[in-house]
Design a protein around this ligand. Structure first.
Ligand code: FEO
Length: 170
């Protein structure tokens, strides 16, 4: 029998992860419109990963015989003045998601729900990688963003990112 608060937080995370996918699609859309296809590709792959995250929470709840409730996904409503704004919004969002994962972990810990804690271990590690990636994007833009040739090369580098399925299998 899963604790009600843990169930509610896990269920809510499905929505948060789909929102993340939506947010990164919006980022991809921004860069596509600016002619930076490599950045657009990078965020498209990011959106695919977020969809996977959502599905992992969905699948975990179903595996635990819990009823999933799907809620409406918020509209990404940020207006960006420059490329760096997008990247900083990405880092802020990942820090927020880390706090959500930590909250679920804390709730599971409180009721000794070791199975959920084990499930969340993958996400704890993943969030570390997500924040590192978001920070790296900011650093690269700081270093190379103001020089057109360097920005072109950075865009080429980001075009090479390919989607890979998550290492967590339920
Ligand atoms: Fe699903 Fe970017 O964390």
């Amino acid at each position: 029998m899963m604790n009600a608060k843990v169930r509610e937080l896990l269920n809510s995370q499905i929505n948060k992860e789909f929102y993340s996918a939506y947010l990164y699609l919006d980022f991809s859309n921004y860069f596509k419109a600016k002619g930076l296809d490599g950045f657009a590709n990078w965020y498209m792959v990011q959106a695919q990963e977020e969809r996977d995250h959502a599905m992992l929470f969905y699948q975990y709840l179903q595996n635990e015989n819990q009823v999933v409730t799907l809620e409406a996904i918020d509209k990404p409503d940020k207006v960006f003045e420059c490329h760096m704004d997008v990247l900083k919004a990405g880092l802020a969002h990942e820090e927020y998601v880390t706090s959500l994962i930590n909250d679920i972990y804390a709730a599971a810990y409180d009721v000794k729900d070791f199975r959920t804690m084990q499930f969340l271990d993958w996400f704890v590690k993943e969030q570390g990688e997500e924040e590192t990636n978001a920070n790296d994007m900011i650093t690269k833009m700081e270093l190379f963003g103001s020089d057109p040739k360097s920005l072109y090369m950075l865009n080429q580098e980001l075009a090479a990112r390919v989607y890979t399925a998550p290492s967590l299998v339920l």
